[in-house]
Design a protein around this ligand. Structure first.
Ligand code: SF4
Length: 302
C-alpha cells in the first residue's frame, strides 16, 4: 500500500543522500523489500545501505571507473523521494546567470578531491554564454588556465578558438568547461575519482545551460560524460543522447521542454597540437555538429 514519507524521515533520507553526493555517489537504485526478507523501516535500511565502490583505482588512463552506486531498499511511497531530494538549489531559479552563480557558490573554495592541495592557484569554473546551444567540455585546466581562471586560454585554447571560428561562431557564443575544475599537477590526466568527484558540478552547469549539443574534447571528457570505456576511434563519428547524470526530470522544471541533448566526441585541441594530421578528422566531427545545429561554415575569404 503506497504511503507518504514522514517529514522527519524524509529529512534524514535527504541528509544521507547529500552525504553520498559529497562522496561523488549519484546513482541510486531501489532494492525491493521482498529481497530483504520483509518489512524493514526505511531509516534502518538507509543505515544499512550498501555502497559499491570501485576497488581498482590504479588502472590505465583508458579505463574509467564504473560510477559509484548505492543500493537502497525502500518501501513503496507516494512521492518520489529521489526526485524531491535531488532538487538542486539553482533549479528554482529561471535566470541561468544566477543559477550558475549558485552552483559556483556551492562549489566554494572546494576541497572535495586531492587536486585542491596539489598546487592549484584557483578553481576554473567555466566561461561563456549561459544559454549556449553549443558547449565544449575538456579535461582539466592547464598552467595558463590555472593562472587566468578561465578554461582553454593557452595554446590549446587558441586552437579551440580557431575551431569555433571555423564553424562561423565566436567563443562568446558557446560555453566552455572542463571535467575537473582544478589543475592536475604537471598536467597529468585527472584520476577517475577526481573526475567522479568534480563532474557533478559540471552536470549541474549543463542542466542550467541546456545546450543542444555538447562536444566532448578528448577521451577523459567523453568517457566521464558518457560513463563508458571505449577508444577515441570507437567514440567519435556519431551522436549520443545525453542527460546530465544526477539531474532528475523535475530539476528541469524551469524548462520542461529540455530533455537532454546530443553529445559528440572529438580530439582534444592539445592532442591536435601534437598531431596536426588529425585536424581534418576533428573538422569532420565539427561539421557533423554544425549540421545538427543547422549551421553553415563561413565562406573562405581570398
Ligand atoms: S577538481 Fe573539482 S572536486 Fe576537486 S578540488 Fe577542484 S573543484 Fe573540488
Amino acid at each position: 500500500m503506497p504511503r507518504t514519507l514522514d517529514p522527519q524521515l524524509r529529512r534524514a533520507l535527504a541528509a544521507r543522500i547529500r552525504y553520498y553526493n559529497e562522496l561523488g555517489i549519484y546513482d541510486f537504485y531501489r532494492r525491493p523489500l521482498s529481497d530483504r526478507g520483509g518489512e524493514i523501516a526505511a531509516a534502518t535500511v538507509m543505515d544499512e545501505a550498501e555502497i559499491a565502490v570501485p576497488t581498482n583505482q590504479q588502472g590505465s588512463e583508458e579505463e574509467m571507473s564504473p560510477r559509484k552506486a548505492v543500493a537502497i531498499a525502500m518501501p513503496v511511497i507516494e512521492e518520489n523521494i529521489f526526485e524531491v531530494i535531488a532538487l538542486k538549489p539553482e533549479q528554482s531559479i529561471s535566470d541561468p546567470v544566477q543559477a550558475l552563480k549558485i552552483i559556483r557558490e556551492d562549489l566554494g573554495d572546494c576541497t572535495r578531491c586531492v587536486l585542491h592541495k596539489q598546487g592549484r592557484k584557483q578553481i576554473v569554473f567555466g566561461v561563456g554564454n549561459p544559454t549556449a546551444e553549443l558547449m565544449f567540455v575538456g579535461e582539466g585546466p592547464g598552467a595558463d588556465e590555472d593562472a587566468q581562471g578561465e578554461p582553454f586560454v593557452g595554446r590549446a585554447g587558441q586552437l579551440l578558438n580557431n575551431m569555433i571560428k571555423a564553424m562561423g561562431i565566436t567563443r562568446e557564443q558557446v560555453y566552455i568547461a572542463n571535467i575537473v575544475k582544478c589543475r592536475p599537477p604537471g598536467n597529468r590526466t585527472p584520476e577517475r575519482d577526481e573526475c567522479a568527484t568534480c563532474s557533478p558540478f559540471l552536470m549541474r552547469q549543463i542542466a542550467v545551460i541546456k545546450p543542444k549539443v555538447i562536444v566532448a574534447l578528448g577521451a577523459v571528457a567523453a568517457k566521464t560524460l558518457l560513463a563508458m570505456n571505449a577508444s577515441m576511434a570507437q567514440l567519435r563519428g556519431r551522436f549520443y543522447d545525453f542527460r546530465p547524470a544526477g539531474i532528475r526530470n523535475t530539476d528541469r522544471s524551469n524548462d520542461p521542454a529540455w530533455d537532454g541533448c546530443k553529445l559528440a566526441v572529438t580530439y582534444h585541441p592539445a592532442f591536435l597540437l601534437r598531431d596536426p594530421r588529425q585536424k581534418g578528422e576533428a573538422w569532420k566531427d565539427l561539421q557533423m555538429v554544425m549540421k545538427e545545429l543547422g549551421m553553415k561554415a563561413p565562406k573562405a575569404t581570398t
